[in-house]
Write a protein that binds this ligand. Structure first.
Ligand SMILES: [Mn+2]
Length: 270
């Protein structure tokens, strides 16, 4: 993708316009330290990397890692900013489990729940998109008790990508800083087989790309999680993840009609 940048610009087929993106639309700041025996220390390394990027005026895109990194990235954004922080969470699942015996409190099943523990993350500034099928009864009760909103995958497809993105933007209107969290299983396994969990009935890759493009100008950081190369077919999921990141970067620069002013950089975790 980046090889198509010429003299700081790239030609967008959707826009039929040459977009000024500069020579360094994305830079790779490298992997965080993965502490194999200690998930929370690994999360801390990720949060610190995100915070340092935000403090330098950069705009981090974190490439996971499982979906526990939703929390690590939200905390990094939260701890390096002031004012309300919002989360737009695309995922087949809710990730609202408080804890369980086998996974503890910080697993890929609890990322959204742990985000809500942060001082300046309120349900009023959060929304979940593309959930489907069934989830835990306790998570349903939690959502109802806290008026936590989601737009199911079916509703996203019925209303269309533009309307789904608009619903998300309205929900986070009170937030000063917004994290876009993208679990690749938000997308249908037909388009993204290299995912941690397969949940049929998800978004098309086309809708996912459009939603990301529309949300990007409002967001301060992105995390893409659950891409699993060992289950992938011909790198199609990795390629989709890379395009999600690239569309996010181009749209976030303002070149694609958005307003985001900051250059972006990636934090890659294994
Ligand atoms: Mn998921």
């Amino acid at each position: 993708m980046t090889m198509r940048i010429q003299d700081g610009s790239v030609y967008s087929l959707e826009r039929d316009a040459v977009l000024d993106v500069g020579e360094t639309v994305i830079t790779d700041r490298g992997d965080i330290d993965v502490v194999g025996h200690d998930l929370e220390r690994t999360h801390a390394a990720c949060s610190d990397a995100v915070s340092s990027s935000v403090r330098r005026g950069r705009h981090p895109i974190v490439i996971g890692g499982d979906d526990s990194f939703l929390f690590a990235v939200a905390r990094g954004l939260h701890d390096s900013t002031e004012g309300p922080v919002g989360v737009i969470h695309l995922d087949a699942h809710l990730d609202l489990m408080d804890e369980n015996t086998f996974q503890g409190r910080f697993s890929h099943s609890s990322g959204m729940r742990r985000c809500l523990d942060l001082d300046r993350v309120a349900v009023e500034n959060c929304i979940q998109l593309a959930q489907r099928h069934f989830n835990f009864t306790a998570s349903g009760h939690f959502k109802h008790e806290h008026s936590m909103r989601h737009v199911s995958a079916r509703d996203c497809m019925t209303m269309g990508a533009a309307a789904a993105a608009q619903a998300a933007l309205e929900q986070v209107s009170g937030a000063d800083h917004v994290l876009l969290a993208f679990d690749i299983d938000a997308v249908d396994p037909a388009f993204a087989p290299g995912a941690g969990a397969h949940e049929p009935g998800g978004l098309t890759s086309a809708d996912a790309l459009e939603i990301v493009r529309l949300l990007s100008p409002r967001c301060a950081a992105m995390v893409i999680t659950e891409v699993n190369p060992m289950k992938d077919v011909g790198s199609m999921t990795s390629t989709l993840a890379a395009y999600l990141a690239f569309h996010y970067a181009v749209a976030g620069l303002g070149a694609d009609g958005g307003t985001g002013p900051s250059p972006l950089d990636t934090v890659v975790g294994r």
